[in-house]
Write a new protein. Structure first.
Length: 113
C-alpha cells in the first residue's frame, strides 16, 4: 500500500517488522506509521473532513522535525514495532492536541439475553 501523504519523503524499512512503513526526511528525521494507525487516519478522512485530515498530516510532519524519531501507533502499550529512543503516539494524541474531537459512537449490543 502506498501512503500518498508521505510520498515526498524517502521510504525506509525496519528489518524487524517489514509491515510497518517508515519515512525519512532530508534531515534524517524518521517516522514509522503502523498499518492500523494509517487505517485510522484514512477512515478519519472519509468520515469527517479533509481540512482536519490535512491538519493532522501537517502536524505529523511538524512533530517529525521537532521530535526526530516517532512511531505512529494504534496502541502505544502494544505497538507492532519496538524501537529504542522513539516516541510513540496514537491517533487520538494528535487529534487531542489539534482540538479535533471524535465522537466514539461504539457501544455495547442492544440485544441483551
Amino acid at each position: 500500500m502506498n501512503y500518498e501523504e508521505f510520498k515526498h519523503l524517502e521510504e525506509v524499512s525496519n528489518p524487524a517488522n517489514p509491515f510497518v512503513k517508515g519515512f525519512k526526511d532530508k534531515d534524517n528525521n524518521v517516522i514509522f506509521v503502523e498499518p492500523s494507525f494509517y487505517t485510522q487516519l484514512t477512515n478519519f478522512k472519509e468520515l469527517y473532513n479533509e481540512k482536519d485530515f490535512n491538519r493532522i498530516i501537517e502536524y505529523m510532519l511538524i512533530l517529525m522535525k521537532e521530535k526526530h524519531h516517532i512511531v505512529f501507533t494504534y496502541d502505544y502499550e502494544n505497538p507492532f514495532i519496538n524501537i529504542d529512543n522513539y516516541i510513540y503516539l496514537e491517533f487520538i494524541d494528535l487529534c487531542d492536541k489539534l482540538k479535533i474531537y471524535i465522537e466514539d459512537k461504539s457501544r455495547g449490543s442492544d440485544y441483551g439475553d
